[in-house]
Design a protein around this ligand. Structure first.
Ligand code: SF4
Length: 114
């Protein structure tokens, strides 16, 4: 349905609300560059789930494509990368601490736990 291999995928994205394709590509490229630069650190599974839950209840989500309507990023990837942030003001995601040691580290910030 929303498979990028689908020939109508680009048309569906172009017709949806949210950032333009150029804006989405630029945002993704910036996020990917920073993710790699920092050693490809991922959030914990718990934080990943919390991020996706926040997105699921967010007014900006483009659910058919599972993209953020503000930055255009694919949430499946954006939510996993420790270097990314929610672009909403105020942010809807818990703050992450980057320690520069890549995927071996887990976030120990528990300030937003229920
Ligand atoms: S990243 Fe933030 S603004 Fe975008 S859909 Fe998720 S919660 Fe909403």
């Amino acid at each position: 349905m929303n498979n990028p291999e689908d020939p109508t995928f680009r048309e569906k994205i172009a017709n949806s609300q949210g950032p333009s394709m150029f804006s989405m590509i630029g945002s993704f490229a910036r996020d990917l560059k920073e993710y790699i630069k920092q050693g490809a650190p991922n959030v914990t599974t718990e934080d990943y789930v919390q991020r996706l839950e926040a997105c699921d209840s967010c007014e900006h989500i483009l659910k058919p494509q599972m993209r953020c309507g503000l930055c255009g990023c694919l949430l499946e990837h954006k939510a996993k990368w420790k270097t990314t942030t929610c672009p909403d003001k105020p942010t809807r995601w818990k703050e992450q601490i980057l320690d520069g040691q890549g995927q071996e580290n887990n976030n120990t910030n528990t300030s937003n736990k229920a």
